[in-house]
Design a protein around this ligand. Structure first.
Ligand code: L3W
Length: 418
């Protein structure tokens, strides 16, 4: 995000003026395997949600003898609360393009695709214009900068399905099929796009590559947490004074993000809860906000870093209604392939609707937990797990919010009977 508001970096000349495209020149002097080693030593982990070590993923694809190999950028940013990739796509497209060219060279992939969220039409125009500029200046195409290096890059726009952010569904969709996840293994690094070795990396992950090449793995690994180095983008929404996207060292605590960078809770109300990494990550109570936001420390506090999408709820928020809202989302976005997800999420939504409308019954909370346990771990992809996590973590941490809705109805019944 450096320089992102100082200039119009969508213009290639401006991007170059601020040092852009110099990392490519450095990378082209390196052997592809040395770039992979550099990324491994940097400690970079995938920024899409799972935190898989990037260099390791690349080395799996590079080691597979099948050809051709493909590089896909997952720009299907759809996890509720997540809007961190948007500023890169809209304001710094050449950084992503530069990162993809270097990554393509390291992987010996000659074709790259940016799978872009359907709801980001502005980013499509900006990316396509930037790609055209890069072709015209010899950074994309055949014989990049006179070397025997070829890399072609295309934007493919999704059609608004959350599930296409899951990498196997994304690949199916890119191949022109219905976007539904497939069981792993085989992993895309071995059998991905058109059954060839394919690396799928998030926008933010690829945008880190030029910086790693520029400053070197050692300097990069000193930024942020020792176990998960580098800068991290946090998209903060909800009841804070200054919501937005913040670039901070990995491992910054939730407290610092909320109270220092976002100015604290709006109208100086009390904090009730935080979802730290997108709707699929467990909700936290206020006593947990000293957790360092990284892939290793968050599980110790009962949650996950996910995509770094921090959603803040103040004392006035009805968390049972938030839970219901999330369930409507998951029900709508389930691709329908796995029965527990397709049917179970609808049941959880119906029970939550009953609870929130004041018609909850004794035993509904236990029923919700029971249904969620029959979804978690029983589906091909993490969408069902995400829905189960929301129900279980909301009830485990904020059971009274659900009980209040149910007991209100009970007290009504008692009054009527009297
Ligand atoms: C080769 C192995 N490759 C794993 C690769 C795998 C993938 C990456 C991570 O879900 C999570 C999900 C969302 N050999 C490998 C291997 N890989 N083992 O590593 O894999 P995985 O399966 O751990 O995760 P995933 O299926 O990619 C990602 C959560 O992130 N999430 C989602 C955020 C959404 C956004 C967005 O909208 N932009 O970020 C938030 O929490 O629920 O659990 O590439 O192939 N042995």
């Amino acid at each position: 995000m450096k320089n992102i508001d100082r200039s119009d970096l969508t213009d290639m000349d401006e991007y170059i003026k601020f040092g852009g495209y110099s990392a490519i020149l450095k990378a082209l002097e390196m052997k592809p395997s040395d770039i992979i080693d550099e990324v491994k030593r940097s400690g970079l982990r995938g920024r899409g949600g799972a935190g898989f070590p990037t260099g390791m993923k690349w080395s799996f694809a590079a080691a597979d003898p099948k050809k051709p190999k493909y590089l896909i950028c997952n720009a299907d940013e759809g996890e509720p609360g997540t809007f961190k990739d948007k500023p890169i796509l809209e304001k710094n497209p050449h950084l992503l393009i530069e990162g993809m060219i270097i990554s393509g060279y390291a992987l010996q992939a000659e074709y790259g695709y940016i799978y872009l969220r359907g709801e980001y039409p502005k980013a499509k125009d900006i990316l396509e214009k930037a790609i055209k500029q890069a072709y015209n200046r010899g950074y994309l195409g055949d014989n990049i900068h006179g070397k025997e290096v070829n890399f072609h890059l295309y934007v493919h726009q999704g059609a608004g399905a959350y599930i296409c952010g899951e990498e196997t569904a994304l690949i199916e969709s890119l191949e022109g099929k219905r976007g539904q996840p497939k069981i792993k293994p085989p992993f895309p690094v071995n059998e991905g796009f058109l059954s060839k070795p394919t690396v799928v990396n998030n926008v933010e992950t690829l945008a880190n590559i030029p910086y790693i090449i520029e400053i070197g793995a050692e300097a990069y690994s000193k930024i942020g947490s020792p176990e998960c180095p580098g800068p991290k983008l946090f998209s903060v929404s909800g009841n804070v004074k200054n919501p937005g996207v913040y670039e901070l060292p990995m491992g910054t605590t939730l407290r610092e993000i909320i109270y220092t960078h976002c100015g604290g809770i709006r109208d100086d109300k009390k904090l009730k809860a935080v979802i730290p990494g997108g709707i699929s990550t467990p909700i936290l109570t206020p006593d947990k906000i000293d957790c360092p936001m990284d892939f290793v420390n968050m599980p110790k506090y009962g949650s996950m870093l996910g995509s770094g999408a921090v959603m803040v709820f103040d004392e006035t928020v009805d968390l049972a209604k938030i839970c219901l809202r999330a369930m409507k989302f998951f029900e709508h976005e389930s691709c329908g392939k796995c029965t527990p997800c397709r049917e179970g999420i609808g049941w959880m939504r119906a029970i939550l609707e009953r609870i929130c409308s004041g018609s909850g019954m004794a035993g509904d909370i236990e029923l919700l937990i029971e249904v969620s346990k029959n979804i978690a771990g029983k589906t091909f992809c993490p969408l069902g797990d995400g829905a189960a996590v929301v129900v279980q973590s909301f009830i485990n941490n904020f059971r009274q919010e659900f009980e209040q809705h149910i007991s209100k109805e009970f007290s009504k019944e008692i009054k009527v009977a009297a």
